[in-house]
Design a protein. Sequence first.
Length: 154
Amino acid sequence: MAAAGSVLLQAGPPATATSSVPSTVYGGWAGELPCIVTAATPNPAAPTVVPLTCESGTTWDGAWTGHTHYVITTTADFTTGDSSGTIDETFVGVDRAKKTPGTLHLIGTVTADGATNTLVIKEHITGGSGAFAELTGNAVFEGTQLSGLVGHGG
């Protein structure tokens, strides 16, 4: 998990405040297991391009440390290694600066480039609890696809 990633966050304002201060959070992630295919719709006319749904999890380290569970709905091209689709992810962990646990729910897109083995995940924070209850903003994760639907990065 040597690659650095960032998350641009904006904490929600307290009840009496009129604005909040954006901040950047750094850390890394590693896929725990291959993304297990739970649904696929092969098409005989294009047998190597398959719409599919899979799920797995990642381990995060850095400013936020914990575990995620995600579901990806994508179209994978098994000839090129390219894929693009959506991701629904839930993080359960600790804000290390606050030493406080919480959860985050993120929705976004995931793109894999088979030629470079690059993964890019762009998510929007839709809610949270505990240490993450007030957070809003976007997260961008970049990394390397190690094999079909498994990766690591920051």
